[in-house]
Design a binder for this molecule. Structure first.
Ligand code: BV8
Ligand code: ZN
Length: 288
């Protein structure tokens, strides 16, 4: 599947693994690769998504829980919902899709990972795969050195932040959301702590966002994995690659607003498709 001009851009709903060959060449030879992930990449780790069947927003309205107004109105309920999600994250482990992305990042320094996810699983996968590579149990070329940066657009759920002075606690501490009195408070100013995530109506970290768009505009290929592509400004990142003349590959088992803009849309579970898509990185081949 060549990079293709807009006229060849179409939703080639290539089913599953049988077609991953067609795009592996495009991905492994791209000069600059940006990977944007959403909740779907963590679904195979047992973490509920937001909008697909059985997702979090099916049972709750985002406006009721993931906004500063909701937290001001009822911090106990918001913390109870987030603490349930945090415990789920602590019980989960990175899946083969996270590890495949980690290998790609460790294998080449012109790969940028941008995630909407707040579960920290990409960083855990990077830590695990890098350790395996150092121990020699996982092929790959990167030895030692700092881990590649993960651009977390929407923050990280295992961190908390003071709603008054902004002090961040990077350590996960179990939250007892039984009553207002048991909610966590800031050690510096005694302000109420909140989950360190970006809520609807809140600005993203402008430095992180600028880095994400810069990488997207400089990449020949953007691979979008497991996102319904409805939340902005994150959903604008793949468009930056397209606008700069690059190609768009989607990995999702549903159609999304990006599908018709893709050079190709691989339909299936990311835990199955990503190891095949980034296989070259696993074998340590030069191509990738
Ligand atoms: C802002 C953190 C401005 C909290 C989240 C109209 C147009 C444009 C924008 C807006 C608009 N109206 C309102 C806005 C702004 C709003 C927005 O985009 N709303 C949308 C809903 C219309 N955006 C904002 O508010 C952003 N801030 O714009 O500020 C501003 C300006 C001035 C002053 C102040 C502010 C902030 C947005 C961030 C919100 N926070 N999360 C938390 O997690 O609780 S968003 C939340 O949605 C998560 O981060 C999640 O990652 C993200 C996106 O969802 P997805 O990741 O895509 O997940 P989803 O379930 O939707 O889809 C999963 C997909 O995976 C599906 O397609 C499914 O098929 C697929 N899948 C499932 N399993 C698998 C799979 N695929 C492959 N394999 C599988 N196994
Ligand atoms: Zn404080």
């Amino acid at each position: 599947m060549d990079a293709g001009s807009p006229s060849t851009r179409r939703d080639e709903a290539l089913s599953d693994l049988a077609h991953v060959e067609a795009v592996r060449e495009l991905v492994s030879r791209a000069r600059g690769l940006v990977i944007l992930t959403g909740a779907g990449v963590s679904a195979d780790s047992g973490i509920p998504t937001f909008r697909s069947a059985g997702g979090l927003w099916g049972r709750h309205r985002p406006e009721d829980l993931a906004t500063p107004e909701a937290f001001a109105r009822d911090p106990r309920t918001v913390w109870a919902w987030y603490e349930e999600r945090r415990r789920g994250i602590l019980r989960s482990t990175p899946n083969p899709g996270h590890r495949a992305i980690a290998r790609a990042l460790l294998h080449r320094d012109d790969v940028t990972l941008v995630t909407q996810n707040v579960d920290g699983l990409h960083h855990r996968a990077l830590t695990e795969v890098a350790a395996d590579q150092r121990a020699g149990s996982d092929a790959g070329t990167r030895s030692g050195g700092a881990l590649p940066r993960v651009l977390e657009l929407h923050g990280n759920l295992l961190r908390s932040r003071c709603s008054e002075c902004g002090a961040v606690d990077a350590q996960y501490r179990e939250v007892d959301a039984q009553s207002i009195a048991t909610l966590p408070r800031c050690v510096s100013c005694d302000g109420l702590m909140r989950p360190d995530v970006v809520w609807f109506g809140e600005l993203l970290d402008q430095g992180v966002l600028a880095s994400a768009f810069e990488a997207a505009s400089a990449s020949e290929v953007c691979v979008v994995v497991g996102t319904s592509a409805v939340v902005y400004p994150a959903a604008g990142i793949p468009l930056a690659t397209l606008e700069a003349g690059g190609s768009l590959i989607q990995v999702n088992y549903e159609v999304t607003p990006l599908t018709t803009l893709c050079n190709c849309s691989l339909r299936g579970r990311s835990a199955d498709l990503l190891p095949a898509l980034f296989e070259a990185a696993r074998e340590g081949s030069d191509a990738f």
